[in-house]
Each structure stands twice: as structure tokens, then as C-alpha cells.
Design a protein around this ligand. Structure first.
Ligand code: ATP
Length: 365
């Protein structure tokens, strides 16, 4: 059936399975009720625990499940005590990003009324912007193979025209979609350091060429250091920010900080054909197995997945359900009644997810 979509599920390590279970349960319920689409799920074993058991962190069969799926839902992978022989961490999510050319790391930053934030929010202001982090090159180009001698260490930053063009086209399209959905002013800001590095002047030149194709949208530039300052001073002014891999890595954690922590920060890594949706946080081994992990970042990532599938396949039911799922999480957070420990409450993972499920049941599609 044209409206049937297969989701590859990487339950992962640590708290991964604890937050994946209730998220998939919610998706199954939404799919069962909907007449506009059907979801099926294929579990893909991978991660640090799997490596410890089998000697493989991302088996070929799991890679194939990911490649054949319409979307990939991933919780978190990696455990501090399980490493490759060279001492590096096990992170199949980075291997997936590279193998599937997922160049656009999408990190939404939202602070709604009632949501805990370290900022003093002016009355009537909300934060709702998206950081797009290039995710396959930049300063991560030589990750794991930088040159280190006794007296020197070198890593190389790579910015290519091919990936930058795709990245900027993606960012302008995203700004347009947000504007159409009433969520932004239709503005894209290129975040760089073009005043100091030639590579960023190159990055900016490619950005300007793409901007010229979108006269209906606003395009501007900002230096990364100033952006860090403005993310604290006036984050409500931003719409879509697009930047290099390492800058995006740092700024997205600052964004998660604005949102009151990692427990509410979803993300997506998107390419032309594939996309992985996963919370920004890691496997949190310190709280694994206790049933207290916050499932909201994972559920919000699943909401992004539904919206992305809806846009890609022009399916209104998926788009609407993605929005409904995001709004259900936002309502539970705003009411402040059923929050996990990291958000100042005492609810269990199960109770927090059930609160979202109950809201969806009260307002069916
Ligand atoms: P990684 O490097 O894999 O991204 P990390 O070392 O940054 O991981 P996390 O696993 O994200 O670390 O955990 C950082 C802290 O945040 C830990 O104290 C962890 O318990 C907490 N934390 C992370 N995710 C959640 C969650 N979903 N619910 C509650 N606490 C969380």
C-alpha cells in the first residue's frame, strides 16, 4: 500500500530500550487509529551492548534494515565501559550518518510557556528556532584519523561545494515549510567565521548563491561567536540557523540548555533519501534500568519523523499526527503535573509517556 511506511528501530544502549518501548507504542496506536497511513516496525540490533555480545556494533543486517526503511528511529548508543580495541567509543549513529550521507543535522530549539528555562523570558515571548548542523564533514572530517606527533596535532576542516549546496537548499526549504506552517518569519541565517577563515568565506559564498534563489525569504549572516551570545540574549529572534559541523555541535548543546536540558531536545539527521530521528541525549548509563529516564526527547523525535514522512510523501495525516504528537508533549510539559526527575518532577518513564498517550486519546485525529 502506498501509505504504508516501514520504520527501522534502533533501541540501542542504556536507557535506549526504556524510552524506545513507550515511543513505539504511541506510534503504533496512532497508526492503528489513522486511516491515512500505516506504520510497520523492524528492530535493528546495534550498539555497544551488541558489540560486547557479538563483536559487531552495526551488523550488516541492521544496516540493510536501515537502508530499506522509510525512516529510522534511534534512541541512543554507546556505553562508557565498552570500547573498540583502539579505545574509541562505539557510536554506530555516526557510522549511519556517514554511510547514508545524512548531511543536515536538524536541532529544533523550542521553549513554550510553562517550560523550564534558565532564561528570563520576556512576557509573550516564545523560543522556536531550528539549528541545521552540517553533519558529514567540517571539522569532523578527520575524526579518528587526525595526525598526532610528539610536538604537534592536526585535524583538517573540509567544506565541499556539493554538500554545502544541498545543506543550504535544505535550510531554505525548511524555512519555507516553517513559514507556511505559521512557525517562522521565513528567515535563514548562515552562521560562520568568514571574517577569519577562507573556508568559511567559501561556505558563505555558496550560501549567498542559494539565497539568491529564494527572494521570498530573508537571508542573513552571523559570526558563530556572536550567535552564541544572541542565543542567550535574544533567541526568540531566530528562525533557521545553518552552520558547519563543529559549530553546530557546540551550539546545539547550548540550545538544549535553553530548553531546560537534554530531556526535551529532539533531533534528526536528514539526507536526500534517508533520515535518522533520535534524541540529542546519550544512553545515560547512570540512570539506566531504573525506569526514570525522560522519554520526551525521544517522543518529540518521533513527532519530527512523522512530519518529515508527511512532507516527503505529501501525506496530510502523517503531517497532522506529527504536529499532534509534538503538541501533546508540549501540553504535558506546560501543565507541569507529570514530569520526570530531570525536569524537577518524580514521574516514571512509563507515567510520562502515558500522559502523552492519554492526551492523544482525548483528542483523536
Ligand atoms: P553522549 O556522549 O553519548 O551524547 P553524554 O556523555 O553527553 O552522552 P548523556 O548520556 O546524554 O551523556 O547523559 C548526560 C546526563 O544527562 C546524565 O546525567 C544523564 O543521566 C542525563 N540524561 C540524559 N538523557 C536523559 C533522559 N532522557 N532522561 C533523564 N536524564 C537524562
Amino acid at each position: 500500500m502506498a501509505n504504508t511506511f516501514e520504520i527501522a528501530v534502533f533501541s540501542g544502549d542504556g536507557i535506549g530500550p526504556e524510552i524506545t518501548g513507550p515511543t513505539v507504542k504511541i506510534l503504533r496506536l496512532m497508526s492503528e487509529v489513522s486511516t491515512g497511513y500505516d506504520l510497520s516496525f523492524a528492530e535493528a540490533p546495534a550498539g555497544a551492548a551488541h558489540y560486547a555480545k557479538t563483536g559487531e556494533s552495526l551488523p550488516e543486517t541492521s544496516m540493510r534494515i536501515a537502508q530499506n526503511a522509510d525512516a529510522i528511529l534511534l534512541s541512543a548508543m554507546g556505553l562508557p565501559d565498552v570500547r573498540y580495541e583502539d579505545g574509541t567509543e562505539i557510536s554506530p549513529q555516526i557510522d549511519l550518518r556517514k554511510a547514508l550521507t545524512l548531511f543536515a543535522g536538524v536541532r529544533p530549539v523550542t521553549v513554550r510557556p510553562g517550560q523550564l528555562t534558565p532564561l528570563k523570558m520576556p512576557a509573550g515571548k516564545e523560543i522556536d528556532f531550528v539549528l541545521v548542523r552540517e553533519s558529514t564533514e567540517g571539522l569532523f572530517h578527520t575524526q579518528g584519523c587526525g595526525e598526532v606527533t610528539k610536538d604537534e596535532a592536526r585535524e583538517t576542516l573540509l567544506i565541499t561545494r556539493e554538500i554545502s549546496e544541498k545543506l543550504f537548499e535544505f535550510s531554505f526549504n525548511l524555512a519555507k515549510q516553517r513559514q507556511t506552517a505559521g512557525r517562522g518569519q521565513g528567515r535563514v541565517t548562515c552562521v560562520d567565521k568568514a571574517n577569519v577563515f577562507r573556508a568559511f568565506a567559501f561556505f558563505r559564498e555558496i550560501y549567498d548563491a542559494e539565497a539568491a534563489k529564494h527572494p521570498d525569504l530573508t537571508a542573513d549572516h552571523a559570526y558563530v561567536d556572536a550567535t552564541a551570545l544572541w542565543m542567550v540574549q535574544k533567541p526568540w529572534d531566530f528562525d533557521v540557523l545553518v552552520t558547519e559541523n563543529m559549530f553546530g555541535d557546540i551550539l546545539s548543546d547550548l540550545g538544549a540548555g535553553l530548553m531546560g536540558g537534554l530531556g526535551l531536545a529532539p533531533s534528526a539527521d536528514i539526507g536526500l533519501d534517508h533520515a535518522v530521528f533520535q534524541p540529542c541525549h546519550g544512553s545515560a548509563p547512570d540512570i539506566a534500568g531504573q525506569g526514570v529516564a525522560n522519554p520526551f526527547a525521544m517522543i518529540l523525535s518521533a513527532a519530527m519523523m512523522l512530519e518529515w514522512l508527511g512532507i516527503k510523501h505529501d501525506n496530510d495525516a502523517l503531517r497532522t499526527d506529527g504536529q499532534r504528537l509534538r503538541e501533546a508533549v508540549e501540553s504535558v510539559v506546560a501543565s507541569g503535573q507529570i514530569l520526570t526527575r530531570d525536569l524537577g518532577g518524580s514521574a516514571s518513564t512509563k507515567d510520562a509517556a502515558s500522559a502523552v498517550e492519554a492526551l492523544l486519546a482525548m483528542a483523536p485525529a
